[in-house]
Design a protein around this ligand. Structure first.
Ligand code: ADP
Ligand code: ZN
Ligand code: ZN
Length: 741
């Protein structure tokens, strides 16, 4: 047997060790060790773990210096060689260590026992079911049981894992229902083919003309072997999901697999079941609530060919499919697709590289794609697919009105509801239709500021304002630090301090006062901190257990409530977005998505946008749901100020508890960058150092350096040269951030 050598990344996260070391594969393990295997190796008189990134027969150092691998760690699931290559790209592009990159793409981080849960919950009898649901519905402590029975009324059989996870049930919820003979738990039949399921659910929408064109364009290209990136631009409710499902069908027919990314917050029971009803047990599902074992199980199903469609948030990107044909990124404008941890990768960029390695196609879908993505579609880099109208029969885009809050004040109305919004709320409550109220801020009344010196009270550990809650405490939403509202201003000791702005809690209180008959639900970070509460609030609202849902931006994401006919946006100006170049796009997208919640059934909807800036163009174009106008106004601004898509932009961030240290270091780095650019005659703008958009979080300071360049290759090279020149300092954490939107 010819001697085999493995290149191994050692499992120690030091930058100095960020390279491959060669080890010999013992004869007994040949054939078992693969690229991506986790192995034990001798390293500096210790035994540590490492990851195999390459196998060859060529020793790179004298053979007598090469040590042997000690053992293969018992991991059944090996990362595909492709994923290791993807990790290699991430190291180069984002400037992290290979170990960090590998840990990001590894399907499992620890050795866990596989679960292989294959159970199904079935409804045993439909007799008296409605009556039973009514009975349980009247009891407050049986909500979970109610959710399950309501779901079973619709579907009769539910996969155990989806039900437990997405409906937030426990086995103790099930027990009394089993004992009373309502449901049973069985092993799933071995071959639940999608065909069988399709028969059960004979109802299928027939696609409209635009949907058909989109699907055909994709499918024709796909079957003739063309791989490319598509932008599916469709207004809210235009039937993008139906289009995805047809595209998936075309890919499965070719024996290939599909990854569907959906933002965590939109990954509801409702969404998952749409895919399950269509594709049955060929879907696998991951989300942040899964335990390691459950997650491992799902990845196993993908690797061994049992599942062909993986649905999940950002991390589903690394599903070990062997024959990947398509990645779909739904709501591709969502900020949650960008990782907050190092490597700070964007799902879109990594997906593009994975598709290239696999020979797969990429579909990006959104009602409000980023300006740069739309530009790429317009200029031919992507293929554009458009859906311009709402899909469901009788559903049309809502009628949107903008209310000028300054006029309200002049007319003597100091309430948080304008006269128009109030009038419409009265009307809907009378008709028994539902209302969503959207506010960009949680807490009781925004922040507290001093009327004498004008300063807002900030967290001692973070550079953000404290938010007031009903119990008369102030909370920092970044670090959780909280204490009672002080009696005097901490800056000038003036006693005249007051809450400023409105929070969700206060809105809830006002609603209860003005509309005492209305049943109200509130959804924000405070009411959803408990596991499963997010799903619980949404399903309660869907079941019409409440008339009004009040919430922060988490209520705007892709939910489909056909009975909602009024959306009120209480203060369109309180944009969450930092004052960066994407502020306009962020506001436009948020308002468009929020407005898009109204009138999705066959009763037309109204939207009221309250604002102090009725002439702001992002707000106006969101009101008319006019993406193209917004885009056409935004583009020249991007060009003039040298932002994406015209310029490429890299943000280098230094973080440390020592503020002056990172100030000095970044200053030096800026000087170096200027020199490198000059020497190479690269056209670049180097800006900073400056404070990060939030300059301090949990006592850690953040400073940034921005580099903008016309040519992305120059910028890549610049990043590498800067990285190579930086001496590692344990006190500083460095991240490289690409802005491509
Ligand atoms: P989007 O993802 O673009 O917001 P969805 O795919 O959720 O839109 O579709 C919105 C609603 O329209 C859903 O209730 C869906 O079942 C329905 N729908 C989609 N396509 C059609 C069609 N061709 N005919 C009838 N109803 C449709
Ligand atoms: Zn003061
Ligand atoms: Zn804080």
């Amino acid at each position: 047997m010819k001697r085999q050598y493995a290149s191994v990344v050692v499992g120690i996260g030091a930058k100095a060790l960020d390279r491959e070391f060669q080890y010999a594969v013992p004869d007994s393990l040949q054939g078992q060790i693969r690229v991506g295997s986790s192995v034990s190796i001798p390293f500096r008189n210790r035994v540590i773990d490492g990851y195999v990134t390459e196998l060859s027969h060529t020793p790179q150092i004298p053979v007598n210096q090469i040590k042997e691998i000690l053992g293969l760690k018992e991991i059944n699931l090996s990362v595909e060689a492709q994923l290791v290559r993807l990790a290699g790209w991430m190291r180069e592009h984002y400037g992290c260590t290979m170990l960090q990159a590998l840990k990001t793409v590894m399907p499992v981080k620890e050795n866990v026992k596989p679960l292989m849960e294959k159970k199904i919950i079935s409804l045993l009898s439909e007799e008296e079911l409605d009556h039973q649901i009514e009975l349980i519905g009247a009891k407050k402590n049986q909500r979970a049981r109610l959710r399950l029975l309501t779901a079973l009324r619709e579907d009769r059989e539910l996969p155990y894992s989806i039900a437990l996870n997405r409906l937030n049930l426990t086995s103790s919820t099930l027990k009394p229902l089993i004992e009373a003979g309502w449901v049973s738990i069985e092993e799933m039949r071995v071959s639940r083919t999608p065909l069988e399921l399709m028969e059960r659910h004979t109802y299928r929408v027939s696609l409209n003309e635009e949907q058909t064109t989109a699907v055909k364009t994709f499918a024709d290209a796909f079957t003739s072997g063309v791989q490319q990136t598509y932008l599916l631009h469709g207004v809210t409710g235009s039937g993008k999901t139906e289009v995805y499902m047809e595209m998936i069908e075309a890919v499965l027919k070719q024996g290939k697999q599909v990854i569907v990314l959906i933002p965590e917050i939109a990954l509801t029971y409702q969404t998952v079941m749409r895919f399950y009803r269509r594709f049955g047990d060929t879907i696998a599902l991951v989300n942040s609530k899964l335990s390691k074992g459950e997650r491992y199980d799902q990845f196993c199903r993908a690797e061994n060919g049992e599942a062909s469609i993986m649905i999940g948030p950002r991390s589903a990107l690394f599903t070990p499919f062997r024959n990947l044909g398509l990645i779909i990124i739904d709501e591709c404008h969502e900020h949650s697709y960008k990782s907050e941890n190092i490597p700070r990768y964007h799902a879109k960029d990594v997906a593009a590289v994975r598709c290239e390695l696999a020979g797969a196609s990429l579909v990006l879908g959104s009602a409000t794609p980023s300006v740069s993505d739309y530009y790429r579609a317009k200029t031919g880099e992507y293929q554009l697919l458009s859906l311009t109208g709402r899909a469901a029969a009788g559903s049309s885009l809502p009628c949107v009105e903008i209310v000028d809050l300054r006029q309200e004040l002049l007319a003597g109305n100091k309430q948080i509801f304008s006269r128009r919004l109030r009038e419409l709320m009265d009307d809907r409550l009378e008709k028994g239709e539902q209302i969503m109220l959207f506010l960009n801020r949680r807490g009781y009344s925004g922040f507290i500021s001093c009327r004498s010196c004008g300063k807002a009270i900030k967290c001692q550990h973070c550079d953000v304002s404290m938010t007031v809650h009903r119990n008369h405490r102030m909370v920092c939403h970044y670090c959780g630090n909280n204490h009672p509202v002080p009696k005097v201003c901490p800056s000038c000791s003036s006693p005249y301090i007051a809450g400023f702005g409105t929070g969700t809690e206060k809105v809830e209180q006002q609603v209860s006062k003005m509309f005492p008959q209305a049943r109200v639900l509130r959804m924000d970070m405070d009411t959803t901190s408990k596991k499963g509460s997010h799903e619980q609030i949404l399903s309660a609202f869907a079941a019409h257990e409440a008339d009004i849902l009040i919430g922060t931006q988490m209520i705007v994401k892709g939910h489909d409530f056909p009975n909602v006919t009024l959306v009120g946006i209480l203060a369109a100006d309180l944009s969450l977005f930092a004052q960066d170049y994407q502020a306009g796009a962020g506001t436009f997208s948020l308002l468009t998505q929020a407005s898009g919640r109204a009138g999705r059934g066959n009763i037309p909807g109204n939207v009221v946008i309250q604002t102090y800036n009725p002439d702001n163009s992002s707000i106006c174009h969101a009101a008319t749901q006019d993406y193209l106008r917004f885009y056409e106004e935004e583009l020249p601004y991007r060009k003039l100020l040298k932002y994406p898509p015209f310029f490429h932009m890299l943000t280098i961030q230094y973080m440390s508890e020592d503020e002056s240290l990172i100030g000095q270091q970044l200053e030096a780095l800026a000087g170096l960058a200027v020199r490198i650019a000059d020497e190479n005659r690269w056209r670049m703008d180097i800006l900073g150092p400056a404070d990060g958009s939030i300059s301090k979080i949990k006592d850690v300071y953040r400073k940034v350096l921005y580099i903008k360049a016309l040519d992305v290759n120059h910028l890549e090279q610049m990043r590498k040269e800067l990285e190579a020149s930086v001496r590692t300092d344990k006190r500083i954490q460095i991240s490289y951030d690409w802005n491509e939107d």
